[in-house]
Design a protein around this ligand. Structure first.
Ligand SMILES: CC(C)(COP(=O)(O)OP(=O)(O)OC[C@H]1O[C@@H](n2cnc3c(N)ncnc32)[C@H](O)[C@@H]1OP(=O)(O)O)[C@@H](O)C(=O)NCCC(=O)NCCS
Length: 158
């Protein structure tokens, strides 16, 4: 698949909302308003994967004061295991790193085997269990990754 990666645009909102509802159970999927609020947050970073025909994946993160938080990672079921989420995550992590983020955290349901495998493969470690995080009954893992410091050429000795 020939994909273009780019930040989300306001006109993507409905497509992202639909994809999120395809990716997560009812009650866990975000509302349209939640997604709009995330995307318009001044410290939001996002990436979408565009196939030329449709959005096949997206990832949203927020950052503040050196700390990043992944809000969601969504890839269309028919497009999984092709490295799309990995590419989206690299894009958002690298934008975070450029803004001084050194640690990134996220929550994922303890029953989401694919999600947990993906985050572990992407360098995230489980640091805690958050009881009844989803729907007041499904536990979440809090996961954490330290970003490698980005080398800023201007900081190098001359
Ligand atoms: C989790 C999700 C985002 C992964 O997207 P993806 O584009 O398929 O991920 P990638 O192709 O980049 O996977 C990278 C690696 O993660 C691991 N991984 C991803 N999905 C996996 C699965 N279903 N089972 C086991 N390992 C998996 C593998 O190591 C994979 O590398 P490989 O394919 O070479 O073995 C996707 O399955 C999804 O949208 N799920 C529904 C929403 C969700 O649960 N999001 C994450 C929780 S916030």
């Amino acid at each position: 698949m020939n994909l273009t990666l780019r930040p989300a645009r306001p006109e993507d909102l409905d497509a992202l909302w639909q994809l999120d509802r395809d990716c997560y159970p009812r009650g866990i999927a975000y509302t349209r308003r939640d997604l709009r609020d995330f995307l318009t947050h001044p410290e939001a970073l996002s990436q979408v994967a565009w196939s030329g025909k449709e959005i096949v994946g997206f990832l949203i993160g927020l950052y503040h004061d050196g700390q990043g938080h992944i809000i969601t990672a969504d890839v269309r079921a028919s497009a999984r295991r092709q490295g799309i989420a990995s590419a989206l995550l690299r894009g958002v992590e690298s934008e975070m790193g450029a803004r001084g983020v050194t640690v990134v955290e996220l929550e994922t349901a303890t029953n989401n085997a694919a999600g947990i495998a993906f985050w572990k493969r992407s360098g995230y470690q489980i640091v805690a269990v958050v009881p009844r995080y989803y729907l007041r009954r499904i536990d979440a893992y809090l996961m954490f990754k330290r970003l490698r410091p980005s080398v800023v050429p201007a900081d190098l000795p001359r």
